[in-house]
Design a protein around this ligand. Sequence first.
Ligand SMILES: [Zn+2]
Length: 344
Amino acid sequence: MKAVYFEKHGGPDVLQFGERPNPVTRPGTVKIDVHASSLNHIDVFLRGGLPGITIPLPHIPGCDAAGVVSEVGEGVTGVKVGQRVLMNPSITCGKCEFCLRGDATLCIHYQLVGETMSGTCCEHIVIPAENAIPIPDSMSFADAASVPLVFTTAWRMLITRGRLRAGEDILILGATAGVGIACIQIAKVAGARVFAAASSAEKLALAKELGADILIDYATEDFPKRVREETGKRGVDVVVDYVGKDTWVKSLRSLSRGGRLVTCGATTGYNPEEDLRHIFFRQLEVIGSTMGSRNELMAPLKLIWAGRMKPVVGAVYQLKDLASAHRAMEERRVMGKIVIKVKD
Ligand SMILES: [Zn+2]
């Protein structure tokens, strides 16, 4: 099958377009003809190489996919050949202590498609049948491939871990990146007032269109100062910070007493300065979150299908041009999701 893969870690140039073995369907799995994949920051990090994560090489990247079921393995019920589906990228064991207590994202055998497993930037993938989620005919493959990783991550971070409630104030940094776009919309549905911080007027216009109430250009404005002004010196209840090193201390300063800082990543570096006095004197919570369970994917999907939220596709690249798509993401040129078109 046609695929993009890399044989060594490095810049976008290590991505090669060529032939890879067609995966084989096993009992309990389904094969999906991939129509669309989408790019996430983790793809760029994994391609460059991450300390502590060993990837079998050559590796096909890509954590998101939507397409059509082309084969079902022995014993599979509930999914049929010809069905349009999107993929839940989290593979969990269902048997460990954490799976059994309902925290599948803490599974000790947790695997993410496209991370330690072969990914979706190719023509065919084989996944456990329960990871294939049927989609309505009205949903395009590009939109469907834009949802799983970012909306699941945002839902778990804001609703499950961050306990966001109606009437609270939330500050979202990097508001027009993939996760940010999901966070703005989920926070609005939850009834919060949304402070969106992004680095250009164009990005803030998109944040506004998605429902953000207060717009902060943090390339030119000191965002903790603006937050204090807008909240009568109180601060916000929740800050979403996956920027990391560049913004961490400012995020802590933007919180109200008893506020919660939620994080699912650190795109500018994972060793920020920390002022522990903020945390104990003002009784702040720092809450980590990563990916989400099937329920945390289904919750935003239902709201998208009901027309209350939407995926935002910022650019579409052909599979053979994946290296250009990686460059666009690294240079932060695209607002919204970068979709990789595999098949019409
Ligand atoms: Zn498990």
